[in-house]
Design a protein around this ligand. Sequence first.
Ligand SMILES: [Zn+2]
Length: 73
Amino acid sequence: MVNPDLLEILRCPACVREKEGLLKLYQDSWLICEDCGRKYPIVEDIPVMLISEGDKWQSVADEGLPMPPPRPE
Ligand SMILES: [Zn+2]
């Protein structure tokens, strides 16, 4: 599990300057931005908050996300 206090403060790095960038937790494995739809993988309980990672999964439907998320290269 990701630390809930951490989840509380995390925001989408691509949106946070202009919008809220609120993230929803999906199946304990992904964080999905409610503004832009970028998806950030949680790898070994650590959210990978890189815009380049978010971009990679932006156009993938929630149900199409791999479980568990692959480790970023
Ligand atoms: Zn976003």
